[in-house]
Design a protein around this ligand. Structure first.
Ligand code: FUL
Length: 622
């Protein structure tokens, strides 16, 4: 590999202003001189060496749509639909459209608040898995047109479009491929046609759309309907009708980060070896490389070594401001704290990702006061932090090779605890390892280090007062191009401890009588009004429960079925406690949970994962 030979590092005194060490390049290889850029995708030549692959990887760049998308940084999700009125997370498609009746729907209230809070795009669930359409589609009766809202003359997508135009906000559309209502779902050619018609309506009648979100969820199980999606035709429809839109998740423009908790990767390669799920070869490719959406390493040299192709497929962190994606009355108290949201921000935008934060409108059709208050706090906090950049001249483009440093002078008396770095990704993502030092009382102190930078990388450290920063690029694919170095001070945020109580009867008296199904002797006869399933450590595992029946008994022999064919919707991706309320109070000493996994295998549920709600108590989970 061509190697950048650099001048030895000199001792740098405080007085040196934003001076970068000069790099002397010895160009020995051909790859270094090759300045060809590859847009969005590249196949490695057969027999390419690792050195050649690294050089090519360094020159993979985003498409113009992807670049524009990345720069938004902060986007908002609006989960709204029939579930808002039923209290469910996944509707089953049999819901009566008459349930949909927001009393004060005001899309301007959504957009204005989101705009003020710094969001650049709003993405609406035009259709969730239940199949209910928020616009008066020609494709099905299962839509707002059959609801009492505005006497069936309403159109949520249009109202949102108009509000977006008024407030200069971009619009995105979530259209669930999985449809539990459409009769043709599972009859692949017919449903594909139906889906394309829905897509066409949405992408034709509502002005410019900047992101189309195809969720990958499908809880049909092995005996459910099997739909083979025509991703290629979907993609072509988008390209034809909305050339500026990116296709997300089950698309090849924007990659799901791999969890719904709001946590990105410290090492985040936008140039990744993960083949997007819409390509037929994706299964084989990803299996061969041993990778999947949740894998920690999706782009290191190690990965490149075995890969045959590479995608510019940047990560999007989607997370809800509440435990659930849809609004639920009993979650008004559970809007994430400012501290939590701020951590999410630093672990998404600060980890080379776009944050897609969900703020679900309520039954009135308004963003609830609790969420608005938190959005305002979140925006005010970011404003406070990011309005005062301590670095002088941080935006001068610094082109650098391996093992070189650049010193940036800080404003006098700068107290900082955040450093922000950006790469000029229009030339590719290149930094593999960096270090940051700060000049404190005339002495250089290490304050942080990391691997990838990408579009944006922030590191947090303890408060220091410093006069200069030294950024070292320890390893880079070809020449790195750093186009922004900034430093900020983020005041500490106090966090009130909230106690989550989803079990009202101490487990000390319980006894597990059987594991499959899980049978528990509660130790005494009690009055119950619900139970909770809370996956251990909020972690998903293949053996977790998805479908269930729940029964109670007074003697452990005669059982009463309380709930049949229940579903812990979306538990695999959002493994938070789910509380199920009974229709009436039940007196019982024994409880039985018969549960199956998403693959219809017997689930393994531990006693510690179950809680009960006693009459006279509240469970604080949805
Ligand atoms: C998931 C869906 O199943 C959830 O309901 C939600 O829409 C989330 C954003 O994606 O996979």
């Amino acid at each position: 590999m061509s190697k950048n030979t650099l001048t030895p590092r000199r001792h740098l005194s405080k007085s040196i202003l934003a001076s970068c060490l000069l790099s002397i390049f010895t160009l020995t290889g051909h790859a270094q001189q090759d300045t060809t850029l590859y847009i969005k995708h590249v196949s490695f030549p057969p027999n390419a060496t690792l050195e050649q692959k690294v050089s090519i990887a360094a020159r993979l760049v985003p498409s113009p749509q992807q670049l524009e998308w990345q720069k938004m940084e902060l986007t908002a999700f609006l989960h709204f639909g029939i579930n808002t009125f039923t209290g469910r997370e996944w509707g089953n498609g049999t819901e009566d459209p008459a349930l949909f009746n927001p009393t004060e729907l005001d899309a301007e209230q959504w957009v204005q608040n989101l705009k003020e809070a710094g969001f650049k795009m709003v993405l609406l669930t035009a259709k969730h898995h239940d199949g209910f359409c928020l616009w008066p589609t020609q494709t099905t009766q299962h839509s707002v047109a059959s609801s009492p809202w505005k006497n069936g003359k309403g159109d949520v997508v249009k109202e949102l479009r108009d509000a977006c135009s008024k407030y200069d906000m971009k619009l995105g559309i979530y259209l669930s491929p999985w449809d539990r209502n459409a009769e043709c779902y599972g009859d692949s050619p017919r449903y594909n046609q139906f889906f394309i018609e829905q897509l066409t309506e949405l992408l034709t009648n509502y002005g410019e759309v900047h992101e189309v979100w195809f969720d990958g969820a499908n809880g049909e199980g092995p005996n459910g309907k099997k739909q083979i999606y025509d991703w290629d035709a979907f993609y072509k429809t988008i390209q034809r009708l909305q050339p500026k839109a990116v296709m997300a998740i089950m698309g090849d423009d924007v990659r799901w980060v791999g969890n719904e908790k709001g946590i990105g990767r410290e090492t985040e390669w936008s140039a990744t070896v993960l083949t997007p799920g819409i390509y037929e070869r994706s299964k084989a490719n990803n299996k061969r490389l041993g990778i999947y959406n949740q894998a920690t390493d999706l782009g290191s040299r190690n990965m490149l070594d075995n890969a045959t192709e590479l995608f510019w497929y940047p990560s999007e962190v989607d997370v809800s401001i509440r435990p659930g994606w849809f609004w639920h009355e009993n979650e008004n108290e559970k809007v994430k704290s400012l501290k939590h949201l701020t951590d999410i921000y630093f672990q998404s935008v600060g980890y080379n990702s776009v944050l897609l934060l969900n703020i679900p409108p309520d039954k009135r059709g308004l963003i609830h006061e609790a969420d608005i208050a938190r959005l305002k706090e979140f925006a005010a906090y970011r404003q406070q932090v990011f309005s005062n950049n301590a670095v002088l001249n941080g935006q001068a483009l610094w082109k650098t090779g391996n093992d070189s440093t650049c010193i940036y002078k800080l404003k006098p008396e700068s107290k900082i605890n955040i450093v922000l770095l950006q790469e000029d990704i229009t030339h590719g993502q290149r930094v593999e390892e960096f270090e940051v030092e700060a000049l404190v009382n005339g002495i250089w102190q290490p304050i942080g280090k990391g691997t990838t930078v990408g579009y944006k990388r922030m590191i947090r450290f303890s408060d220091i007062e410093a006069t200069a920063l030294k950024i070292s690029i320890k390893s880079s694919r070809l020449e790195a191009r750093i186009n922004n170095v900034a430093a900020y001070y983020a005041p500490a945020i106090g966090e009130q401890q909230t106690t989550v109580s989803w079990n009202n009867l101490p487990r000390t008296s319980w006894k597990s009588l059987s594991e499959q199904p899980l049978v528990i002797d509660l130790g005494k006869t009690v009055s119950l009004k619900g139970f909770t399933y809370a996956p251990l450590n909020e972690q998903a595992k293949p053996t977790m429960a998805y479908r269930y029946n729940f029964s109670t008994s007074l003697d452990g022999k005669n059982w009463k079925r309380i709930l049949q064919h229940g579903e812990f919707s979306n538990i695999m991706h959002n493994p938070l406690p789910q509380t199920v309320q009974f229709e009436q109070e039940e007196t019982a000493r024994f409880i039985k949970l018969e549960a199956t996994t998403p693959d219809d295998k017997p689930a393994i549920v531990e006693m510690e994962e179950i809680g009960i709600t006693l009459v006279g108590h509240e469970a604080t989970c949805q």
